[in-house]
Ligand binder design. Structure first.
Ligand SMILES: C[S@@+](CC[C@H](N)C(=O)[O-])C[C@H]1O[C@@H](n2cnc3c(N)ncnc32)[C@H](O)[C@@H]1O
Length: 290
């Protein structure tokens, strides 16, 4: 797991950007701020590996050393998101089948590992109400900025989709533990589905797109606590738990999935919730077993 920050990330922005926002961001993530007028010198000095850059109102993560790669940004209005929304296969795509959209109408989904929100956006565009949890503050801010730019846009269709996405900068462990406390009083607080897509182990690939993933991996690290997260999630959904894995990877947790849906490079493992009359006691047994 790595929710802690890499000290190699600096923060800067264009002349027109909101400097107050930059300063708050630098404080939140514990990074150095480089004022626009000092930017060229700082870049040349190569004292940081990554830059969170506010280009007017668009937040980008840039790699500053090594070979040139595209910046990481969240863009729900155009590019890949738009293409997948319009031509991605709707409810016929594997993600939708894994969530069970043909069986569960407009489910409440907890995306406990939100990342850059691509999967959550697909689910929201298919009618799900999605709560998104992201613990890494850099990733959270990239995603939050993508959602904010949608709100400021004139695209009513995408705005309507994003109104079904509620993002929190929170660890899923804390969130699910809180949820289970409420659960002892009220079983209706459970989401229908919990969706988990922890970081895959890094693989060596040469394609440019893979290099982008690899620098994202550098920022987030390995989600090495994901086994524990699955165990906890199994107690906290009312209908199913879906775990996204590389096609040939081992399953997470000691439980066998009910079934899997396998695509070209990805596999979705689908679990039924573990049921018991005393969810509080079940949770304790899991958190105590380390
Ligand atoms: C592979 S990315 C998810 C990609 C996402 N499905 C998408 O479509 O963009 C995994 C993300 O989960 C986050 N994460 C992992 N474990 C978490 C936890 N326990 N609580 C909150 N976020 C977590 C990581 O910080 C990382 O950003």
């Amino acid at each position: 797991m790595s929710s802690s920050l890499s000290p190699k990330v600096a923060i800067s922005g264009s002349e027109q950007c909101d400097i107050k926002f930059l300063a708050e961001l630098a404080e939140k993530i514990g990074s150095t701020i480089i004022l626009p007028q000092d930017f060229s010198n700082a870049l040349a000095s190569k004292t940081f590996g990554y830059l969170l850059y506010l280009d007017n109102d668009r937040l980008e993560l840039r790699a500053c050393q090594g070979k040139k790669t595209n910046a990481v940004i969240v863009d729900f209005l155009s590019g890949k998101s738009r293409h997948r929304r319009l031509y991605g296969g709707g409810k016929g795509q594997n993600l939708s089948k894994a969530i069970g959209l043909k069986k569960i109408a407009n489910p409440i989904v907890l995306d406990a590992t939100a990342g850059l929100g691509a999967d959550a956006f697909v689910l929201a565009s298919l009618g799900c109400d999605v709560t998104l949890l992201e613990r890494n503050p850099i990733v959270f801010n990239l995603l939050n900025n993508g959602l904010e730019r949608v709100l400021k846009s004139e695209d009513d269709e995408v705005k309507e989709i994003c109104s079904r996405m509620k993002l929190h900068n929170q660890s899923a462990f804390d969130y699910l533990t809180q949820l289970s406390t409420q659960l002892s009083l009220d079983a209706t607080v459970l989401p229908d589905v919990i969706y988990l897509d922890p970081m895959f182990p890094e693989r060596k690939k040469s394609a440019k797109v893979k290099k982008e993933m690899s620098f994202f991996h550098d920022i987030v690290g390995d989600d090495s606590d994901s086994d524990k997260l699955v165990e906890l999630a199994l107690q906290c959904a009312s209908k199913r738990i879906v775990v996204k894995r590389p096609r040939l990877a081992e399953t997470l947790s000691n439980h066998k999935p009910q079934f899997s849906i396998t695509g070209k490079s990805t596999r979705y493992d689908i679990y039924h919730p573990v049921t018991s009359h005393n969810p509080q006691a079940r949770l304790k047994s899991i958190t105590c077993s380390g």
